[in-house]
Design a binder for this molecule. Structure first.
Ligand code: AGP
Length: 614
């Protein structure tokens, strides 16, 4: 979380920094700020809240800053200290000559702060970051060399960080470093861009250097020098970014989330193209380096992920076990990394992440890699830190997802899991050809079915409004759609702040049923198949406690009208593929409720799209 940018060159820097920050707003929007080198000193401008507040602040200083060509900027997702101007970056030291921006968490900041206070440093903010500003400034006072001071400070810091630093005594220079947080440097003609992520500068250059952990880059407009942690110069690898600048436009939709929901049919089509040619052909998955032998020697699979990606992983478990007969464990990455997890070379470890940057998942992946497991990464960002750890990389190709609430990346992850499970089943010979054929031909029909749901979105909107003024919401399902219930509830929580929970319907009677009364909406994901009758009985049990009953179903059974107050019907689909269909109305329900309540749909409070702190 948090996004940092920097620029050294000949162009006016302010717009470059602010436009760059706008591309990084998905990383946080609690506050923002920039520091730019003006005639004889570095000036800092900050604002609480969204970037538009910083733009407004800058407009009243347009003249002073118009000539600046070097600067750094930051967009914050608050970890230490409330979202406020005083806690906003850039931070500085007591003499005000050194400024820096930081993404990450300094774990030993309390100890460092105590040492620095003892030396006379006065702290203004509650952040961990300010400690680093004082620390580097202190060392700089002795060594009088910014690059060296950064190296020496890095040895004292514990935690994760990406830092951009400027010092007034070494003007027209930015020093950057990182450990377990992303930082990429864009190379232009007589200019350099620095950012947490490529979109911040892709419209200016496609040549870039991904800075490695503990490396320190010293950048002026005419030179870049990168040193390893032993202060020895290294030759960095310059990469050509596979990115086109994307005009992030809502294309007429009120919110990015609604636009992204509508992109889903085409995303599935694009993923399937070339991978399922016809239902008679084998799945083509060249990206996956799993040979017959590796698959034969696998005794288990572990899938690690967070949030929405974890829900995709849960569906993944269901279908891999069903199709491939390999036991699969799934676990939230944040839990996985703090216990003695058993993995070895006979375990396939799958990391799932939209951003490819989530710190918990990245750490978990690194741990399992060190134990010799084959690492398969399913991500929407083939250029991410996680992708770089992969032995096999399955890129889900959903395109940039702007809305903080994941929608299209979830559907893309699910589609990729189906392809992977079918691919492994074909290699292992664990499915009959009839079954394989049936699933593949049904998969090819999914985009049309989703389009049918989207064509009737007004009915879902009407239903959503009926239940918008509720404090709580329960989603129930069984079997393969239990993760759908969890994801539906997560979507509603994230953007409407309604207390929504997903339950396996059979568990309702073991406790949660106590909460039911005439105020509680219960949405039952009632898809035809093996658990239909059981779920119907669970729905009856909820109805008997006077809950407000909603069905999401592909059943045409008229009797459902007696049991449910509202029914959302979706096209028929085979049970094994039903999570891909059932999720669409749930995304729309969450969207329409949040929109009706006037919430900030694309940038919900307290969240960030990319969670780079553990
Ligand atoms: C999704 O709507 C969320 N905002 C969040 O749960 C997200 O899925 C989670 O932080 C994991 O992110 P990742 O997929 O980028 O790893």
């Amino acid at each position: 979380m948090c996004g940092i940018v920097g620029y050294v060159g000949n162009k006016p820097v302010v717009d470059i920094l602010v436009d760059g920050l706008e591309q990084l707003e998905y990383r946080g929007y609690d506050s923002s700020g920039i520091a730019v080198k003006c005639s004889d000193k570095i000036e800092i401008y900050k604002a609480e809240g969204k970037l538009c507040n910083l733009r407004e602040e800058l407009s009243s200083h347009a003249y002073e800053i118009s000539k600046a060509t070097v600067g750094i900027g930051h967009i914050r997702w608050a970890t230490h200290g409330a979202p406020s101007v005083v806690n906003a970056h850039p931070h500085t030291c007591n003499c005000g000559k050194l400024v820096l921006v930081h993404n990450g968490i300094i774990e030993n900041y309390k100890e460092l702060k105590a040492e620095l206070e003892a030396k006379g440093c006065k702290f203004r903010s509650q952040t961990d970051t300010e400690t680093v500003a004082h620390l580097i400034a202190n060392i700089y006072g002795e060594v009088k060399d910014l690059t060296k001071a950064v190296h020496l400070a890095a040895k004292k810091i514990e935690g994760a960080y990406a830092l951009c630093i400027m010092h007034n005594d070494e003007p027209d220079k930015i020093v950057a470093t990182k450990r377990n947080a992303p930082l990429v440097i864009g190379l232009g003609e007589g200019e350099y861009y620095i950012a947490s992520d490529v979109p911040a500068f892709i419209k200016h250059t496609k040549q870039a250097i991904y800075l490695g952990d503990n490396q320190v880059a010293t950048i002026t407009k005419s030179s870049i020098k990168i040193e390893n942690e032993n202060m020895l110069e290294i030759s960095p690898k310059v990469e050509l970014l596979p990115w086109e600048p994307v005009a992030l436009s809502k294309m007429g939709y009120k919110h990015f989330m609604l636009k992204e929901i509508h992109e889903q049919p085409d995303i599935i089509r694009n993923i399937l193209v070339g991978k399922i040619k016809t239902s008679d052909n084998n799945i083509v998955l060249d990206e996956v380096n799993l040979t017959k032998d590796t698959l034969k020697n696998l005794n288990r699979i572990q899938i690690i992920a967070c949030g929405t990606s974890l829900h995709a992983a849960m569906v993944g478990k269901y279908i891999i076990e069903d199709f491939c007969k390999i036991p699969v464990d799934i676990e939230a990455s944040s839990e996985y990394i703090y216990r003695n997890t058993v993995t070895d070379k006979h375990t396939l470890v799958i990391g799932v992440s939209q951003s490819g940057e989530t710190a918990d998942t990245l750490t978990a992946i690194k741990q399992s890699k060190a134990r010799g497991s084959h690492i398969l990464i399913i991500t929407n960002r083939p250029d991410s830190a996680m992708a770089r750890e992969a032995d096999s990389l399955l890129s889900v190709n959903a395109g940039i997802e702007v809305s903080v609430a994941a929608t299209k990346s979830y559907i893309a992850q699910l589609t990729s899991f189906y392809l992977l499970a079918l691919y492994m089943a074909e290699i292992k010979g664990t499915m009959t050809s009839d079954n394989l054929k049936k699933i593949k031909s049904e998969m090819l029909l999914l985009p049309q079915k989703i389009e049918q749901i989207l064509a009737h979105k007004e009915e879902i909107q009407k239903c959503a409004r009926k239940y918008a003024n509720t404090r709580d919401f329960i989603y129930i399902a069984r079997g393969i759609n239990y993760p759908t219930a969890l994801e539906g509830a997560l979507k509603l929580k994230e953007i409407s702040y309604i207390n929504a929970t997903g339950y396996p319907a059979g568990e309702l009677k073991h406790g949660p049923i106590a909460m039911l009364d005439e105020t509680m909406p219960v949405l039952s994901i009632l898809m035809n198949g093996s658990v239909y009758e059981k779920l119907l009985s669970n729905s009856e049990e909820a109805k008997a406690r006077n809950a407000r009953m909603i069905a999401l179903t592909n059943s045409t059974d008229e009797k459902l009208n007696d049991l449910f107050d509202s029914i959302i019907r979706v096209p028929d689909v085979m049970e094994l593929l039903s999570p891909l269909i059932a999720m669409i109305p749930l995304q729309l329900i969450a969207y329409y409720i949040a929109e009706f309540l006037g919430k900030d749909v694309d940038q919900p409070r307290n969240l960030a799209k990319s969670v780079t702190v553990e």
